[in-house]
Design a protein around this ligand. Sequence first.
Ligand SMILES: *Cc1c(COP(=O)(O)O)cnc(C)c1O
Length: 480
Amino acid sequence: MKPFISTRNANAKSVDFAQAILSPAADSKGLYTLASLPTIDFSALLDSSYSDLCKAIFTHLRVEVDSSVLDTALNCYTSFDDPNNPAPITQLENAYFLELFHGPTRAFKDMALCPFGSLFSSLAKVQDTHYLILTATSGDTGPATLTALASKPNVKVVCLYPDGGTSQVQALQMQTAAAPNLKTLGIVGDFDTAQSLLKSLLNSPEFTSKIAQKGYKLSAANSVNFGRIAFQIIYYVWGYMELVRKGAIKWGEKLAVSVPSGNFGNALGAFLAKSMGLPLGQIIIASNQNNILTELITSGVYDITDRSLHKSISPAMDILKSSNVERVLFYLYGDKRTKELLESLESTSRYALSQSELAKLQEHFCAWWGDDTKAREMIRAAFGKGYVLDPHTALAYGAHCAINPSQKTLVCATAEWSKFAPSVVEAIFDKRVDDKQAIQIMLDSGSTIGADIEELFRKPKIHTQVLSSQAVEEAILQWL
Ligand SMILES: *Cc1c(COP(=O)(O)O)cnc(C)c1O
């Protein structure tokens, strides 16, 4: 049997890693995931470099990729601030911030999308197939996907973003993307409009066949792709080992993790690492006012019937359907129950776990949410201690402080403050300014910033088209 199966039907055809990446739609509308999780003696890997750690873990996962292909993919971390330590840690009392934002677009998406982009392109080349990757973004996925696939062979990327629905820095990152295989389109509407459009294009047989006539296969590099999840396991192991190497914890000591969560890809990485033997304690799921995950983890009910999306200052967590939760359901309750729960969500907008199922979930996860006011309060609190948080990380810090501040906790820092500078400045200085001014205010107050962000404001805007949903299909076909 091959290592990957559908979360909704374990008996359907199993596939290898390459297929799970390139054609991610699994049987019964499920997601591809590892059929079983190995137990790994992580302590034996304590002295590995980041790349060697990744390669060793992938071998255990039976992720069979040519070692030269994986080497090339992992080589992408040389574009990070410190190539030997792509995810450094900053300590604030018992909070150990695992900084996942030292890549080119200053958000944690780079940690996985950088190597994934290279891997995807290599696999497509081996297959001698050309792919059109469509992506819809609320802000961070778009820039990271464009950067990861810029000038890569056998792939073209179309990135759809809601016009006016992202931060100015995020919009500039997409509009200035300069490579012949990249196209960015603004959509009239919000993120839901962009996402619905993406789904309808991906599921349209007519569009697929028109694309095929031009020699392309359609794919999505979205956060349910296991190729991205695989790389999101590694930095938890790395973070744990860094703390052991620094003497902050002893091997075997339980370390809590706090994750600002949206589509649950990042938190899933922690869950998988823990399930394979990394000594993690509770995985704390932090949310904003869109607190569907808090409700699930505290009450066992996932119910979106009376919910609508609230706009927040942490937009990457503005979510109703958190897709990667499905993989956790699979590992805890099996494929049949997963299918039942997700089908209930699809038909009635709701599912409810039994008491014993909820208890199982709570063995691994606990949850907390805070609104924008709380996020600002945490940004101010951390600034007072000499550290600048973005609004997403601020809520993960808030969760750690609210749940158990005396517990050593690895807090995922998912974006550099510069991506959300106006919110950060408002929190700290009570001033409302635009991105450029906000960045300047923070720089004047002694904060530092990735070089790519500073350059953004000087780069030419290449992609300025803003279209209604109806016009997008034609625009893509024309561009191809
Ligand atoms: C994407 C993102 C998140 C949410 O991560 P998920 O894997 O979707 O849960 C949190 N913070 C930032 C800054 C992000 O870009």
